[in-house]
Design a protein around this ligand. Structure first.
Ligand code: ADP
Ligand code: MG
Ligand code: ZN
Length: 500
């Protein structure tokens, strides 16, 4: 029997607001434990939460970008449970009236567009963090993260394979980063994913019983955890058993999912409307303003890159998967770079160099103008593509990086993006220093051709008698004489002219 997987994802995204969702404490990451806390976010009795408008704005923008309906009336609720990192004993969340509903995003899987429904997006507060350190019979609690605003984005069970799930996550991350509402860092936990998965015999309409897999903290693990869990469920069924509804934990070291709690131990959250916060009413005018303020989104940009620049879908998809990369591309083209050439350099050598240091285009030490200058030199025949690849581009990248580090005095990260353009190394200076310039001056090449012809009278005779293969011989000799610097195209032309 063949089986089909049914998957729905619950994604938590930490919002990039400066302050927490119900108090004025900073959301900055990595500070000393419990230094960003106040009576509100440590849950003292009698304090009152006040909603951060920016968090609401970010949630609405995300809803608009994912084709959701924005609720004009929504409300917070208390989700009650006990855990040491939750000082109030409840999490303020949204339940029966979320801020966004009924949306979708589209992903491309095996060349086909697939639409995945978004059930809802709601706002909630993050919990603190338990720290298990030291040998004593105790743990620590850091409440710096308590009250940091989150969005929970819940998908419909529309996903049919681990690969689709990973594509969905990637697209969602791209959209969140375009909007600037979440940094999308899965390793650091600002984007987290719980995956609900069930299987059913191919062709069956009803869904099977699902398991929820938690603790998935990278794109690679989204696929791996789901692949494992689908295989596990198939095995259970084929052995005559039943999949039970439960929460399972992904163990990335072992590469397996393990049962965490069953249905019986499932929490009863005793949700009820949060009495300390007024319901949220959103005016259509504000929604319209936010809609008008949205940046061009990745799908639209990808299509425009194809139609406006004639790029292949593949290039356009890659270049628009990060907003900064798409902007780097467009700036380079605006400065006169040929779109496909720019794309090739960006996706090839430049991405390779950035990847070597685990950097994105936001930290790219090379500026568009430098690539454009180099492309112009190639077009003018002053250097060959091969010389650019082996001698110029990487050198220019490394010198730019060194300059940025020197100017700011610290290695990269904060150093980039500063106006150092005028001081950046140019391809010309590297070519000059290395003595690379191609000889395109025909009188100089002519001299070399004459010399080679004079030295090889027998070959000249044979060539004139019809042995055309000897053309390569002449070109080779001339390249040798000019130490590989003569423009091969011009050499070819002159040899043919002189020998005909
Ligand atoms: P809960 O709040 O208990 O997690 P929800 O109804 O909110 O339950 O569903 C959570 C997620 O589970 C959603 O993303 C939904 O698409 C998905 N889901 C629901 N039923 C199934 C199923 N049978 N198989 C796989 N995923 C499912
Ligand atoms: Mg759930
Ligand atoms: Zn606070």
């Amino acid at each position: 029997m063949r089986y089909e997987a049914v998957i729905g994802l619950e994604v938590h995204a930490q919002m990039l607001t400066d302050s927490k969702v119900f108090c004025g404490c900073s959301t900055k990451f990595g500070s000393e434990p419990n230094t960003q806390t106040c009576p509100v976010c440590i849950g003292m009795p009698g304090v009152l939460p006040v909603l951060n408008k920016k968090a609401l704005e970010f949630a609405i923008k995300t809803g608009l970008a994912t084709n959701c309906k924005i609720s004009s009336y929504s409300r917070f609720a208390r989700k009650n449970y006990f855990y040491p990192d939750l000082p109030k004993g409840y999490q303020i969340s949204q339940y029966e009236l979320p801020i966004c509903e009924h949306g979708f995003i589209e992903v491309i899987v095996d060349g086909e567009v697939k639409r995945i429904g978004i059930t809802r997006i709601h706002m909630e507060e993050d919990a603190g963090k338990n720290i298990h350190e030291g040998s004593g019979n105790y743990s620590f609690v850091d409440l710096n993260r308590a009250g940091v605003p989150l969005m929970e984005i819940v998908s419909e069970p529309d996903i049919r394979s681990p690969q689709e799930a990973a594509e969905y996550m990637k697209k969602l991350r791209t959209i969140l980063r375009y909007l600037g509402v979440c940094d999308g860092n899965m390793e650091q936990g600002s984007l987290r994913c719980d995956a609900n998965v069930s299987i059913r015999p191919a062709g069956q309409k009803e869904f099977g019983t699902r398991a929820e897999v938690k603790n998935i903290n990278s794109f690679k693990f989204v696929e791996k955890a789901l692949e494992y869990e689908i295989k596990r469920q198939i095995k259970v069924i084929e052995e005559g058993g039943k999949v039970i509804q439960e929460t399972r934990l992904w163990d990335s070291n072992k590469g397996i999912t393990e049962s965490m709690r069953g249905k019986e131990e499932a929490h009863d959250y005793r949700y009820f409307p949060e009495p300390d916060l007024v319901p949220i009413t959103v005016e259509q005018k504000w929604i319209d303003e936010l809609k008008a303020s949205l940046p061009e989104l990745p799908d639209a940009k990808r299509e425009r890159f194809v139609s406006e620049y004639g790029l292949p879908e593949y290039d356009a998809d890659l270049l628009t998967s990060e907003k900064v990369a798409s902007e780097w591309f467009e700036e380079t083209v605006k400065l006169g770079g040929n779109p496909k050439a720019v794309s090739n350099w960006m996706m090839g050598d430049l991405t390779r160099l950035l990847n070597e240091e685990n950097k994105g285009f936001d930290e790219c030490p090379l500026k568009p103008v430098q690539l454009v200058d180099m492309l112009k030199l190639i077009d003018k025949g002053e250097i060959s593509i091969r010389q650019a690849k082996t001698e110029v581009f990487e050198e220019m990248y490394k010198r730019s990086k060194a300059l940025v580090i020197k100017l700011i005095g610290i290695p990269s990260e904060e150093a980039v993006g500063k106006p150092v353009v005028e001081m950046l190394p140019t391809p010309e200076e590297i070519i000059k220093e290395k003595g690379l310039a191609q000889i395109s001056d025909s009188s100089e090449i002519e001299k070399a051709v004459d010399e080679v012809i004079a030295k090889n009278p027998k070959e000249v005779e044979r060539f004139r008698a019809g042995d055309e293969k000897l053309l390569d011989f002449f070109v080779g000799q001339i390249m040798k004489l000019t130490k590989g610097k003569a423009n091969p195209q011009i050499v070819n032309e002159i040899v043919k002219k002189k020998l005909s």
